[in-house]
Design a protein around this ligand. Structure first.
Ligand SMILES: Cc1cc2nc3c(=O)[nH]c(=O)nc-3n(C[C@H](O)[C@H](O)[C@H](O)COP(=O)(O)O)c2cc1C
Length: 213
């Protein structure tokens, strides 16, 4: 059983990375082979709409033909049994790097002959988000809709999708050094020590679930 985490955060050892590591630790605790991919370490672009993956060829190409640092990653994810996509929320979306990954990842499987039948194989999938925003604001700022949108597309392509998020994360180690007056740094630090470990535990359990055959 192979599970890959695609890390769409630029910050190693911070919130998104920590949650994804917990997912992979959970999966490896039940025997899964794991891999973490740091998108910000790679040189790649989003889909260039070259349409080569849609050419009338036999067998159907249904794989991205662009050659860059994402090529081996897409191969690994294609072969993996499970994939977890992680990202901080940037301006109410996943990061640009994760969006570019998703374009390349999904477009190769998109079936214009029948949109309801993508050319992908079933796979366990999950989305992991971290953000400043309190959970109580989600309906107002549209995050429930965002989560549902990614869930729906991953379910269509792979048959399932789990969602995990951690809200009101610690953004900096020492709030007193920054212009962040709108956020209570002490409360964030406390939440980081009390709530974030629970989110990490949920991530570990998610990893176990994804690794289950
Ligand atoms: C460019 C940028 C845009 C952000 N936009 C949002 C946002 O729209 N909503 C939100 O809740 N947090 C936003 N944040 C905060 C991050 O989502 C939050 O700090 C996240 O946990 C960081 O993840 P990391 O620790 O893995 O880097 C933004 C941060 C940055 C740097």
């Amino acid at each position: 059983m192979k599970i890959i985490a695609i890390n769409g955060s630029p910050r190693k050892n911070w919130n998104t990375d920590t949650l994804l590591k917990n997912v992979l630790d959970g999966a490896s605790s039940v025997g899964a082979e794991t891999e973490m991919v740091y998108l910000y370490d790679l040189k790649f672009c989003g889909c260039k709409s070259c349409m080569a993956c849609k050419l009338k060829k036999e067998p159907r190409p249904n794989r991205c033909v662009l050659r860059d640092d994402l090529t081996p990653v897409l191969d690994h994810v294609h072969e993996a049994d499970a994939v977890v996509l992680g990202s901080p929320i940037y301006f109410s979306e996943v990061t640009g790097e994760l969006r570019s990954f998703i374009e390349r990842f999904l477009f190769q499987y998109l079936n214009y002959d029948d949109f309801s039948k993508p050319l992908s194989q079933p796979k366990k999938t999950a989305m992991v988000y971290t953000m400043n925003c309190p959970e109580a604001w989600f309906p107002e700022v549209g995050y429930n809709d965002l989560f549902k949108r990614y869930e729906d597309i991953l379910k269509l392509y792979f048959g399932n999708c789990e969602t995990l998020y951690s809200s009101e994360t610690l953004q900096v180690k020492d709030y007193s050094r920054y212009h962040i007056a709108g956020v209570d740094g002490d409360a964030r630090q406390k939440r980081h020590e009390t709530v974030f470990p629970h989110d990490c535990k949920k991530a570990f359990e998610l990893g176990i679930k994804l690794a289950a055959q």
